[in-house]
Design a protein around this ligand. Structure first.
Ligand code: FES
Length: 106
């Protein structure tokens, strides 16, 4: 199972196992990882699942669809590697993925 590491705003890293086909948001919730609220349940309609993809993974993960980009406008402190974690589906290639959660979601 691909391992996903979530780093909170204080720098604490939590590594959990994610299932292929699940999203990075769902995996956080299932494992009680703090910092991802996911108020809309993954409908790309709230931006409370905002994460920063680690630079080393940005290319592998890629950019979001236009709908996600629009929703990111509602997130705070958006950066070049910002993504909505409910829109990142886990594949075997994402084993080792590192994402950070914004301070506002801490
Ligand atoms: Fe609402 Fe991702 S959970 S946008």
């Amino acid at each position: 199972m691909p391992k996903i590491t979530y780093v909170d705003h204080a720098g604490t890293a939590r590594t959990v196992e994610g299932a292929v086909g699940a999203t990075v948001m769902e995996t956080a919730l299932r494992n009680n990882v703090p910092g991802i609220d996911a108020e809309c349940g993954g409908a790309c309609a709230c931006a409370t699942c905002h994460v920063y993809v680690d630079e080393a993974w940005a290319e592998v993960v890629g950019k979001g669809e236009p709908m996600e980009q629009d929703m990111l406008d509602f997130a705070s402190d958006v950066r070049a590697t910002s993504r909505l974690s409910c829109q990142i589906r886990i594949t075997p290639e994402l084993d080792g993925l590192i994402v950070a959660t914004p301070a506002r979601q801490g």
